[in-house]
Ligand binder design. Structure first.
Ligand code: PGA
Length: 249
């Protein structure tokens, strides 16, 4: 199944709340039309990963929200790919909150993607323009620059397994979702970029998601876009009924 829906729980839910949320999701997602990736906090990751494994449900996966670019060492408070190996199938990399609040640069993001591949984790690379860049007509250029730098350390073999999430920064957590038409335009540009750089086989295999104020009412309008292979959902993923609806569209 190509379509993928990612739940980014961000810094929400305690361990017991995460376990309850997962159980509710499982009970409510009866006929998933997508693979579903749940990204809890690091505190809950081990437990969520083990519960998901015990379900032996082919459509449910675990993702991390961050990874350090090094595999071990004196990096207080950080979590490495080696630690995540076997727990996280996926990892969100380059989320705008990490870029803007924690100062992550494209150079670091490229290294984090390499760390994912070293540790057999599929990166979900987030790219997107801020409001100023959109208003100045710089959205596409910003995204292409991010792709060029963020993918600079991956091999042609690895790149086909990356997932790219287009997330306009101004649409994240604001309730101001991008129009499907604008999203489609950007996705076409991303496709063109991938096609030119890596060839048709990679461009057609690689998955592109949309994220930014997705909810059960607007999700289908994005999933209907030809190049859209799924969604990255923040706020609405904390409501199990709403998220379960999105996973069954
Ligand atoms: P949102 O978050 O759905 O709450 O806008 C999306 C994201 O941060 O990935």
């Amino acid at each position: 199944m190509k379509r993928i829906i990612v739940a980014n729980w961000k810094m929400n839910l305690t361990l017991s709340q995460s376990e309850t949320m997962l159980a509710r999701l499982r009970a409510n997602i009866k006929k998933p039309t997508s693979n579903v990736v749940v990204c809890p906090s690091f505190v809950s990751l081990n437990s969520v990963a083990n519960i998901i494994k015990s379900y032996s449900d082919a459509k449910l996966f675990t993702g991390a929200q961050n990874i350090n670019e090094h595999d071990e060492g004196p990096f207080t408070g950080e979590v490495s790919g080696e630690m995540l190996q076997g727990l996280a199938d996926y990892c969100i990399v380059g989320h705008s909150e990490r870029r803007n609040i924690f100062g992550e640069t494209d150079e670091t993001i490229a290294k984090k993607i390499a760390a994912c591949f070293r540790n057999k984790i599929i990166p979900i690379l987030c790219v997107g323009e801020n409001l100023h860049q959109r208003e100045e007509g710089l959205a596409k250029r910003t995204i292409m620059d991010q792709l060029e730098q963020d993918l600079s350390e991956v091999t042609n073999e690895e790149v086909r397994n990356i997932i790219i999430a287009y997330e306009p920064v101004w649409a994240i957590g604001t309730g101001q979702n991008a129009s499907p038409h604008d999203v489609e335009e950007v996705m076409i540009e991303i496709q063109k970029y991938l096609h030119n750089k890596y060839g048709e086989a990679v461009a057609t295999k690689l998955r592109i998601l949309y994220g930014g104020s997705v909810n059960a009412d607007n999700a289908k309008s994005y999933l209907d876009i030809t190049y859209c292979d799924g969604l990255l959902v923040g706020g609405a993923s904390l409501n199990y009924q709403e998220f379960a609806k999105i996973c069954q569209l």
